[in-house]
Write a new protein. Structure first.
Length: 286
């Protein structure tokens, strides 16, 4: 048995009016296949190029270990020189990923290689983020703290993306006071005996190739698995829906601080309680 996923629609190119009408307003995902071929990045950006321009940078690395109460919010698990990390990616599978790496700050010259596309919604100029991963590395199923509209541009290789909208929360074993589902769910091959509610969740899936753009609407859950080593860049636009904007403000100013406080007070007991609640809250929908 497999997750109930439909293929994300694909278009070769798209006009601003069509994007707004068919995808942004109804909040539906889409893959745009040939939108950035005029960017220098389209032909230049690959792992070797990143090694050449950023090889001496020390980069923060993350793997798939479960959240520990001692970890700070988004705290890195290791660091490495970018050149060593790219050698590792090309040599063998690794769980280590780079995540939320701000290229304006780290390698300003890279901003000459791309432009901010006009999709009809204003993109945040200060936050182009890069994400790297090795073969079979993956992110936990999560959604972004600011519930932004995300444009995810993929470079080199192939990446599988599974998405769910916020209406599916009750089936996903969402961990309370956090942005993730249970970390022991393998969304690439879920165990429905252990996680029976998942069979009721309706989602989307695509494989992203070099130069393709995935639009993820506000607050969409996403799980990303690198089928081959590669990297992506995300550009984002602020949540427009008042409910999502309110939730984003709550996450940033209240939820995150409350969670950090409880980790300090209760330690691992707090993490264990949240994981147990994820099961209790979801089992009634199984």
């Amino acid at each position: 048995m497999q997750l109930n996923l439909q293929q994300i629609p694909r278009v070769e190119t798209i006009t601003k009016a069509d994007f707004l009408k068919h995808y942004f307003k109804p909040q539906k995902p889409v893959v745009i296949e040939r939108f950035i071929e005029d960017w220098p990045a389209y032909s230049k950006w690959n792992l070797d190029y990143m090694k050449a321009v950023a090889g001496d940078k020390t980069v923060p690395l993350y793997d798939d270990r479960p959240v520990d109460y001692k970890d700070g919010f988004n705290e890195a698990h290791a660091t490495m020189k970018m050149s060593d990390y790219i050698d590792l990616l090309k040599r063998e599978p690794t769980k280590f990923r780079i995540f939320l790496w701000n290229i304006l700050k780290e390698v300003p010259e890279l901003q000459k290689d791309f432009s901010y596309p006009d999709f009809g919604i204003r993109l945040m100029k200060g936050l182009p983020m890069l994400f790297f991963g090795g073969r079979d590395s993956y992110t936990f199923m999560h959604y972004d703290i600011d519930l932004a509209n995300i444009f995810h541009f993929h470079f080199e290789g192939k990446k599988q993306c599974i998405l769910f909208d916020q209406q599916q929360n009750k089936y996903l074993y969402k961990v309370p006071h956090s942005l993730i589902t249970r970390e022991d769910i393998n969304f690439a091959d879920p165990d429905f005996e252990k996680w029976p509610a998942l069979q009721h969740a309706k989602g989307w899936v695509c494989d992203l190739n070099h130069g393709e753009v995935l639009y993820m609407p506000e607050g969409y859950w996403h799980y990303m698995r690198y089928i081959t080593p590669g990297f992506s860049m995300s550009l984002r636009a602020i949540a427009r829906h008042p409910k999502n904007l309110g939730k984003a403000l709550y996450n940033v100013f209240l939820m995150r601080n409350y969670d950090n406080l409880m980790r300090r007070i209760q330690g691992q007991k707090w993490i264990d309680w949240k994981n147990q609640k994820a099961i209790e809250n979801t089992q009634k929908y199984a």
